[in-house]
Design a protein around this ligand. Structure first.
Ligand SMILES: Cc1cc2nc3c(=O)[nH]c(=O)nc-3n(C[C@H](O)[C@H](O)[C@H](O)COP(=O)(O)OP(=O)(O)OC[C@H]3O[C@@H](n4cnc5c(N)ncnc54)[C@H](O)[C@@H]3O)c2cc1C
Length: 472
């Protein structure tokens, strides 16, 4: 026998949607959240939080062992990694934040229904197999937020041991000696950077002709240069030939083939880490039985208010087209909830979403690349400024990279910002806000930046747009 529960809002999937659940509760809605696993989803359990906890140590280790002596820390070159202790910290950081979300659900009277959820209609769900028992739940509105899982490539079947994804990599409690990473997107380059700092030999294989292929071409070039300097072997315009994969006792042997066919590199690695993107989890949740939901390559199509074609049915996060990022998902959840509550939020705009990749040097971008702006019909003017010429970067001891601003040549309006270098992610709010208010590069230059700080790189890049950078 199943219980029946009635809500104002049901949310299927308890990842970043939890932010929307809290806002809905604040607005007086009775909220039910269906989750089959731990609250917080990919970001908290298998994504942003554990991976950045590991990257923080990678950064610390690099700074202490490679720069410590120069910074006056005697004996620092003898410091070594205790991965077991790091894994303990990684898990503690995750635990703290998962518990935090559980606490926030209780505090806001959000009912968490534990188990596998399946749609029985556009605004009703059957929950089964979890600790909440079998529950039929319905609501006035429903938000789909079932998230995503790692993709792989034909012939690179994940066995969890020799051929793995970020899911398994995050559960490992040791550092492999030799790693080959397939895919030089955000997740791939973060692992390449981290494993290299932890002392592994790293091969990075990318099918397209440059690393971080979604970033501005100058950023790709700079990351390639620094990664090579750090001893990472980069194979662009290349793939692992699946026919050559041979699992050995202590590793895996294979050939990396250039797309042009003129180069083959034989490699033996402890593991292959496949980082070729994510697929939306929209199979088997009952969507096929709902008329009117438009799908595209497995993604749920929505408008700027996250509405599907079916009244009262919304979708957010990694299952909708756009950037698969945590802050994008939570922003979408807020816009969906405000719409449900009858408010009139601004629609979600993918062109205003900031992106950060936490490799070293860090990469941050918002808006259009130079090539995208040109393709969109703008006559562009560009300003770049190197961290090498910035006082604060010398003090920090990280001088690789630059800030590059792309502006419309006729109006001066900022179109995009691209930073590679120290704390690049922390520099994004300024250009993100400038894009929101349709500001110009000249206005960014006019706004005084405190000295000595890293954001000064943006002021100089803004001045460089009009050929007026000072320190070059
Ligand atoms: C290694 C890695 C690093 C990342 N780093 C960053 C980063 O630094 N910054 C950033 O912004 N983003 C990062 N991301 C991306 C970020 O994690 C995702 O964009 C974000 O988690 C998406 O949120 P979501 O709510 O759409 O999906 P998810 O977080 O995946 O949540 C979906 C939830 O739905 C549940 N679920 C699915 N189906 C059902 C069902 N039928 N019944 C019940 N429950 C169900 C799942 O168990 C899951 O908990 C990273 C991702 C990875 C893999």
């Amino acid at each position: 026998m199943s219980d029946e529960q009635r809500f104002d809002l049901l949310i299927l999937g308890g990842g970043m949607s939890y932010v929307g659940a809290i806002r809905a509760a604040q607005l007086g809605l009775k909220v039910g959240l269906v989750e089959r696993d731990r609250l917080g989803g990919t970001c908290l359990n298998r994504g942003c939080i554990p991976s950045k906890a590991l990257l923080e140590t990678a950064d610390l280790l690099h700074r202490v062992t490679e720069q410590g002596a120069e910074f006056g820390l005697a004996g620092s070159d003898g410091v070594s990694l205790d991965y077991a202790a790091l894994a303990k910290r990684r898990d503690a950081v995750v635990e703290k934040h998962v518990k935090g979300v559980e606490f926030l659900m209780k505090k806001n009277n959000v009912t968490v229904l534990r188990g596998q959820g399946t749609l029985t209609g556009p605004t009703s769900v059957r929950v089964s197999g979890g600790e909440s028992g079998d529950v039929e739940a319905s609501a006035t509105d429903l938000i789909l937020a079932t998230g995503s899982a790692p993709r792989t490539l034909p012939g690179l079947e994940i066995d969890g041991e020799r051929i793995i994804t970020s899911d398994e990599a995050l559960r490992r409690n040791d550092v492999p000696g030799r790693v080959t990473i397939v895919g030089a997107g955000a997740i791939g380059v973060e692992w390449a950077s981290m494993y290299r700092d932890f002392g592994a030999g790293v091969n990075l294989v990318e099918f397209l002709d440059r690393v971080v292929p979604l970033e501005d071409a100058d950023v790709s070039k700079e990351l390639h240069r620094v990664f090579r300097k750090r001893g990472i072997a980069i194979h662009t315009a290349a793939t692992i030939d699946p026919a050559t994969i041979e699992r050995l006792e202590g590793g895996v042997h294979f050939a990396i083939k250039a797309n042009s066919g003129d180069r083959v590199t034989e490699v033996t690695s402890d593991i292959i880490l496949v980082a070729v993107g994510r697929r939306p989890l929209t199979d088997g949740i009952g969507l096929e039985a709902i008329d009117g939901v438009e799908m595209e390559r497995g993604y749920v199509k929505v408008n700027g208010y996250m509405q599907t074609g079916v009244p009262h049915l919304y979708a957010i996060g990694d299952i909708v087209p756009g950037y698969a990022l945590a802050h994008v998902a939570s922003h979408e959840a807020l816009v969906a909830v405000e719409t449900i509550a009858g408010h009139h939020p601004e629609p979600v705009r993918m062109d205003l979403m900031p992106r950060v990749t936490f490799c070293r040097p860090q990469i941050a971008s918002v808006g259009m690349t130079e090539a995208e702006a040109t393709e969109a019909g703008h006559t562009v003017k560009v300003g770049s400024f190197p961290f090498r010429a910035l006082g604060k970067a010398t003090i920090v001891g990280e001088v690789d990279g630059f800030a590059k601003l792309v502006a419309d040549a006729d109006t001066g309006r900022l179109l995009g910002a691209h930073v590679i270098g120290p704390h690049a992610g922390d520099l994004l709010p300024e250009p993100t806000f400038a894009l929101l208010v349709e500001g110009t590069a000249a206005e960014m230059a006019m706004s005084v930046h405190a000295h000595p700080t890293l954001p000064e790189v943006l002021a100089e890049a803004a001045m460089a747009v009009d050929g007026a950078a000072i320190h070059v």
